[in-house]
Design a protein around this ligand. Structure first.
Ligand SMILES: [Zn+2]
Length: 383
């Protein structure tokens, strides 16, 4: 009866095994007897005691595993995790690093698609209406998502924008793909590790405010993550010192590097992608080829999300290397991989960039990309 009591208290689903509300009893003495508590004893006699013991252990393991899963679900329900929805994958990764397993987290914008033109589908309103907290980059990156979120916000829920709390309007950058006359600043703040650090502190404070029960967990995770970001920032600075001064210039297809350039002493000499995401005009193409030749830019960079035959052609005609591997919001690897993280994305970008511009990526080897609090996030993928 001792075994039976333990089972019962450990697991409510064991009750389903009882007959007439009474628990079955298990006797370990031979012959092996399973009492069905109806008063009818069924006696099983097997050739060896070893088989019987093995079967009993298997059965117990099965019950405890099944019950364990049910209890996990019940515990999660009882814990009432706050439901957080984010937008682009780097922000999802930053939030995952701090929230760990204390939050329910979904990134709404699939990796590998153009986040600047992403429009949520009507069924996304269900996800947005279930969120307690929607964390966005802001600076007009996710306008259609924000509109749908506003229309479906549940009582008490809120939209939290990181970008506008990170820099002042006077620090906004307008450029080729994000011209001032259109009124939308360049939104790619997170490619500057200092701003990512600011994002992380904002996320920590907002999660603590929303869910003070888990304050110490958020603070511990954030402390570790901030340290990691400082190591990353330092490694980028060190790596850049190995690039000849004259090569610290960027020509990219997608215009996502101006805040990076401002922090680390690069010059963005141009971006090929116009603000309407169409191809540049033939005149612009000729101008860029001339500029690359004149300034002897060793490499030009495309991105995986925007394959660009035009930039490839520009590079070929200007006799510069074309590298189409930079990412601004698609994390490398697959969800669950250590490098599938914001830090992993930066390490990969910097390695590609430093080596192509005549520098060394050695300093980046000391940066561990793995998320500090595990990979507890639902990342959507393009395919
Ligand atoms: Zn972008």
């Amino acid at each position: 009866m001792k075994t039976s009591k333990r089972l019962k208290s450990a697991c409510t689903c064991f009750d389903r095994l009882t007959t007439n509300g009474k628990s079955p009893t298990l006797s370990t003495s031979a012959p092996f007897v399973l009492s069905l508590s109806k008063g009818e004893h069924e006696v099983f006699q097997y050739p060896t005691r070893a088989i019987i013991t093995g079967l009993a252990i298997l059965a117990l393991t099965f019950f405890f595993t099944a019950c364990g899963r049910q209890e996990d679900k019940q515990a999660a329900k009882a814990e009432k995790k706050i439901n957080v929805v984010t937008t682009v994958a780097p922000i999802t990764s930053i939030v995952a690093n701090i929230g760990g397993d204390k939050i329910q987290l979904t990134g709404i914008i699939p990796e590998g698609i153009n986040s600047h033109t992403f429009e949520p589908i009507p069924s996304d309103s269900k996800l947005l209406s279930s969120a307690d907290l929607i964390i966005i980059n802001g600076l007009d990156l996710e306008t259609p998502t924000v509109k749908l979120a506003q229309a479906n916000l549940k009582p008490g829920a809120s939209i939290y924008s990181l970008g506008d709390k990170t820099i002042k309007e006077t620090e906004y950058i307008y450029d080729f793909s994000f011209p001032k006359e259109q009124g939308h600043p360049n939104p790619h703040l997170w490619l500057n590790a200092e701003y990512a650090l600011r994002y992380a502190t904002l996320v920590r404070d907002e999660l603590v405010r929303r869910d003070p029960t888990n304050k110490s967990v958020y603070e511990q995770n954030a402390a570790q993550f901030l340290k990691k970001l400082e190591v990353l920032d330092q490694a980028i600075k060190e790596g850049i010192q190995t690039i000849p001064q004259n090569n610290r210039r960027l020509l990219t297809y997608h215009d996502s590097w101006p805040y990076f350039a401002r922090r680390y002493g690069f010059q963005v000499i141009g971006a090929v992608q116009p603000s309407d995401f169409a191809d540049p005009s033939p005149r612009e193409v000729v101008r860029l080829i001339e500029q690359i030749k004149k300034e002897k830019v060793p490499a030009v960079f495309g991105s995986e999300v925007f394959p660009s035959p035009v930039l490839e052609q520009i590079a070929r005609e200007a006799k510069s290397r074309y590298i189409d591997k930079l990412r601004d919001d698609e994390l490398p690897g697959k969800p669950g991989d250590a490098r599938h993280s914001y830090v992993g994305m930066m390490v990969e970008n910097m390695t590609i960039m430093f080596e192509a511009l005549g520098g060394s990526a050695e300093a980046l080897k000391k940066v561990d990309p793995a998320p500090v609090a595990g990979a507890h996030a639902d990342y959507r993928r393009k395919d």
